[in-house]
Design a protein around this ligand. Structure first.
Ligand SMILES: [Zn+2]
Length: 329
């Protein structure tokens, strides 16, 4: 199977290749991953591979089916929904799919239905979907995408074959970012990849919409304010993050690097300082080794909360109190 332009994520690629290359695609595939990880792009590549008629590697990109798919109007590929709560698909849509499920494809071997944001739909819509998944017609291929598979009904989870998308290694991410945004320098691209967890789509969005710029400006200030005599400065700075989950995530990643570098400097390492050197150097003089270790641990704990349902205001509040405590302030 070919994955033209789709970076990293080797394990997901291996799983999908094993299906496509043997000509046996399961009737329901779930692509799970964070926003910006390429869920819909990969869903489209798999759909294209399913309708492609090449005898070589699929999707070939040149057969009639591939070309129709590339131009977005293949009659046997239906794309429904989007990511995020506001763009999920309603139960009526699933009922319509169900009523036409047994009609044969127009041109291709498969009829493909891509359902994006499957974890954001109502229980009613998921139950309607389950009824098709229980007795799927052989020509129908469902490709579901979601951020969190555990928000799907367990009965749906057990009827899909899942692949997970995630971080791409630093070099690959940096190269991809520079290809998508050619005016971005290598250093910014590398830092953006770090700030946005190696998720290319998020880094590109962050660079384009100013989130990255904000995070890079504010992260050293926040790291300094953690060690300041009083809490006021930290509260003022973090208030800017309350309404911006993406910036908050990026700041946590960037201050994590700063605290790690400060710790490294504190114990005498001077090489491989990857973050803001001046900030790390100043913190290494202001804080003890124990405090810096506590800060590194605390940032990791705060980062783990991002994957839970905690709302961002609470996360920012915790960020202030926990980091100040870790710094012995
Ligand atoms: Zn083809």
């Amino acid at each position: 199977m070919r994955f033209a332009g789709f970076e990293g994520n080797q394990s997901a690629k291996r799983i999908l290749s094993s299906f496509v290359d043997r000509g046996r695609i399961p009737h329901a595939v779930l692509i799970e991953g964070p926003a910006g990880s390429g869920r819909r792009t990969l869903a489209k590549i798999l759909a294209q591979a399913a309708v492609c008629v090449s005898s070589g590697e699929k999707p070939c990109g040149v057969c009639g089916h591939c070309r129709k798919m590339s131009s977005g109007n293949h009659p046997d590929v239906l794309m429904i929904g989007g990511e995020g709560p506001s763009s999920s698909f309603p139960v009526e849509t699933v009922r319509e799919i169900r009523s036409s499920a047994y009609i044969l494809p127009n041109e291709a071997e498969y009829k493909v239905v891509i359902l994006s944001g499957a974890d954001e739909t109502s229980t009613g819509a998921q139950n309607a979907l389950l009824k098709i998944l229980e007795e799927p017609p052989p020509h129908l291929l469902f490709i579901l995408t979601c951020e969190n598979r555990f928000k799907l009904l367990p009965t749906i989870q057990s009827r899909v074959v899942g692949v997970a998308l995630g971080a791409v290694d630093a070099d690959t991410a940096t190269g991809a970012i520079m290809r998508i945004l050619p005016r971005t320098g290598e250093e910014d691209a590398r830092r953006a990849a770090e700030a946005f967890d190696g998720i290319i789509g998020q880094a590109v969005k962050g660079l384009a919409d100013g989130t990255f710029k904000l995070a890079v400006e504010i992260a050293p200030e926040i790291a300094q304010a953690v060690a300041a005599p009083n809490e006021l400065e930290l509260l003022k700075l973090t208030a800017k993050l309350e309404k911006d989950k993406s910036a908050c995530n990026a700041v946590l990643n960037l201050i994590s690097l700063i605290f790690r570098d400060a710790l490294a400097l504190r114990v005498g390492y001077k090489n491989n300082i990857s973050s803001d050197f001046d900030t790390a150097a100043s913190l290494s003089k202001l804080l003890t080794k124990g405090q810096l270790m506590a800060l590194v641990e605390e940032v990791e704990r705060l980062k783990s909360y991002r994957n839970t349902y905690m709302n961002n205001t609470l996360l920012v509040t915790l960020m202030c109190s926990r980091l100040r405590e870790a710094a012995g302030r």
